[in-house]
Design a protein around this ligand. Structure first.
Ligand code: PSU
Ligand code: MN
Length: 305
């Protein structure tokens, strides 16, 4: 086992038996949602993975190592601690050296999942190209990491706090396959459609699992992106969300928020503005995405035989 990994026993057993495992991020717990909803949601995500027949591995940093798989107490620590660093790819070495708690973004979770040999990861919303990136150059390291870690990413697209058209262009440039599972449009987290198309669509997870294997068999680096939208009943209205997002962006501009702080700032501003509505949608989409990822991990494990 890699010296930087502290792998939970159940996860380690599943990996050595070739059973399906799904990696999960911890930034959404520490910085994405308020307590106690973050704890409940993290546990609901894990349950969705289990119900789908896979083992959940929530990932974070503590005492100079990657935690791969957390028990309830560990998750609670991430959900309640005041000073948990937000760790993207560039922050991994420094935070490991300091030894404190670090919540992993999509990018850094992929690094740990790859080291541990977990082929599937689930999150509701990936980072992407920010609006105004032609001026600020603010493009999430998540996108670059998709070309570096051999892990398939399941998501419900990304929030429209980002420029989703530019995000798809950037993914094309990087050579990252984007495959819609039972959806034509690239989803927008709370909303079922971003107005942009997924470059590929598949209606069964077995074919997606084979596409992932083919990507790797061809020697291509990184991993594909699989998108699946929030359920119709839980989705929020696009026009209403756009108005809320415009207001949040304006607030962030006035407060001169920059860099790594911008994503958590916007997420909080959007939650505040929509009240309980977006919190409920957020939980629903995290859980439904985890369920698809669990089923994909099962399909992927099956294609090995
Ligand atoms: N988008 C969300 N919820 C989140 C994030 C993004 O709707 O919790 C988090 C994820 O961990 C993602 C990170 O990887 O924010 C992206 O941050 P940045 O834009 O600074 O790379
Ligand atoms: Mn950024």
């Amino acid at each position: 086992m890699h010296e930087l990994l502290e792998i939970d026993e159940e996860v380690a057993d599943a990996l050595s038996d070739g059973l399906p495992v799904v990696a999960l991020e911890s930034t959404v717990i520490a910085h994405g949602l308020p307590y106690p909803g973050n704890l409940d949601t993290a546990l609901a995500i894990e349950k969705a993975v289990r119900d789908a027949g896979a083992v959940p591995a929530t990932i974070g940093l503590a005492r100079g190592r990657f935690l791969v798989g957390m028990n309830r107490d560990r998750i609670e620590e991430f959900a309640t601690s005041a000073d948990v660093a937000k760790v993207s790819s560039r922050d991994i070495g420094p935070v490991l050296a300091r030894g404190g708690l670090g919540a992993t973004t999509v990018a850094s979770t992929l690094v740990a999942a790859d080291l541990a040999g977990i082929p599937v990861f689930s999150t509701a919303g990936i980072g992407g190209v920010h609006r105004g990136a032609s001026e600020t150059f603010d493009i999430s390291a998540d996108l670059v990491q998709f070309t570096r870690s051999k892990v398939a990413v399941v998501c419900a697209g990304a929030k429209s706090i980002l420029d989703l058209g530019l995000t798809l262009e950037y993914l094309e440039t990087l050579g990252v396959p984007v495959m819609g599972y039972r959806c034509d449009d690239f989803p927008a987290f709370y909303c079922r459609s971003s107005g942009f198309k997924n470059p590929q669509r598949f209606d069964d997870l077995e074919t997606i699992a084979r596409a992932i294997r083919a990507h790797w068999a061809a020697g291509l680096p990184g991993g594909p992106l699989v998108t699946h939208p929030i359920a119709e009943a839980d989705a929020l209205d696009s026009a209403a969300m756009e108005a809320v997002i415009q207001e949040a962006l304006q607030e962030a501009e006035t407060a001169q928020i920059r860099g790594a702080a911008i994503t958590p700032y916007l997420m909080k501003a959007v939650s505040r503005a929509t009240g309980g509505k977006s919190a409920a949608a957020n939980r629903a989409v995290l859980v439904s995405t985890a369920s698809v990822a669990g089923r994909l991990a099962v399909a992927y494990a099956r294609t090995a035989h």
